[in-house]
Design a protein around this ligand. Structure first.
Ligand code: MAN
Length: 357
């Protein structure tokens, strides 16, 4: 009898993809929604909510590349380039380079959708999107993690501009009024997830600084007295040569407290930009201690919608909610559509603890 290798631990919903670019309105008549991706997830008002990243650009004309950004007055400006221009590098569908300057091919904002069952989502009335609003967000805002501490939701998201990529913090209690706290981790940094509770009197966060020469794209831990000032940084997970996470790693949503430790779902990519998910287990009392880390991905692209799309072979998560042993993970597939896969927390923990026995 031939045993089929179980490819990953994820149970994908048969309803996937749950949301596609055509399912939400564009922010203006001039824009087209190109991708929906990487949602933050939270519970509010007895519903499950996603804070979607909506990536837009104008309808593309033959032979041209057109994309939006905010000018110095916060107004949308469209840049147009002829594809035959030798100064233009557009080999990556996500970024272009022109005369040494990097731009994004789409402009992202954050949009709220909600649901009673975690499967069928709609845009509620009277909740406004969150747009980039200052020069550090001139190329948009992306990939927001949401964590609730007491009655306050903390949003950590990527701020993008020609000055670099950093982490912004926004706080809200009602999802109507947003208190923007500015940049909490300066460039180059992204993938920041705040823990849902203090440990020994301090707040903790995972973050991902990048270092082009020494070091790389690694997951770090920081602590803070007030969520605004962060210090005592430790590197928790670096990339691993010749493995599925050889080029970059970055945290997903807030770690989940389990009896065995803090469980963190992270993404790892190799040199070919194939993004998979893995898990880290951190000590409950001292999260700078890594107890275990997945040797193999717990989820990798296998479904059609994960293999092809705006940027194929990508599974990227920054949001989940937990119901008993089940972790409902929402993820961007191929940087284009929103999907969900469910996992047994116990099964992930067993896969990690088996490795260290
Ligand atoms: C980066 C970010 C993510 C994106 C992945 C895969 O990590 O831009 O938003 O999903 O790349 O393209």
């Amino acid at each position: 009898m031939t045993l089929l290798k179980k490819l990953d631990l994820a149970s994908r919903l048969k309803e996937n993809p749950l949301l596609k670019p055509g399912d939400v309105r564009s922010s203006s008549a001039k824009m087209k929604v190109e991708c929906l991706l990487n949602p933050g997830v939270f519970q509010f008002d007895n519903k499950i909510w996603l804070l979607l990243r909506v990536a837009e650009r104008p309808e593309q004309r033959e032979g041209m590349i057109s994309f939006p950004l905010y000018d110095e007055n916060g107004k949308i400006k469209i840049l147009n380039f002829d594809k035959s221009d030798p100064n233009l590098d557009f080999t990556d569908p996500r970024v272009i380079q022109y005369k040494g300057q990097d731009y994004l091919t789409t402009l992202s904002h954050l949009r709220l959708v909600c649901s009673d069952d975690g499967i069928n989502f709609y845009e509620p009335e009277n909740y406004t999107p969150i747009f980039g609003s200052n020069k550090l967000e001139a190329y948009g805002i992306e990939d927001c993690r949401v964590v609730q501490i007491g009655d306050t939701y903390h949003l950590t998201y990527t701020m993008v501009s020609h000055l670099g990529v950093g982490v912004g913090l926004i706080q809200t209690k009602d999802w109507k009024y947003f208190d923007r706290k500015g940049m909490i981790f300066p460039p180059h940094n992204k993938d920041c997830a705040i823990f849902s509770e203090k440990i020994n009197g301090k707040y903790y966060a995972l973050h991902r600084p990048s270092s082009p020469q020494l070091g790389g794209n690694y997951i770090w831990l920081a602590e803070s007295p007030d969520l605004l000032h962060w210090g005592n940084h430790h590197c928790l997970a670096s990339t691993r040569q010749d493995k599925w996470d050889s080029a970059r790693v970055g945290s997903g949503a807030a770690p989940i407290r389990t009896e065995k430790g803090w469980l963190e779902i992270y993404h790892g990519a190799n040199k070919e930009n194939r993004y998979c998910l893995g898990a880290l287990l951190l000590d409950l009392n001292d999260p700078s201690k890594v107890i275990a880390r997945s040797d193999e991905p717990i989820m990798e692209s296998t479904a059609d919608y994960e293999l092809t799309g705006f940027f194929g072979n990508v599974i990227f998560t920054n949001g989940h909610w937990v119901e008993g042993d089940i972790m409902h993970v929402y993820y961007g597939a191929s940087d284009e559509v929103i999907c969900r896969a469910d996992f047994s927390i116990e099964e992930i923990l067993n896969s990690l603890l088996r490795q260290i026995l």
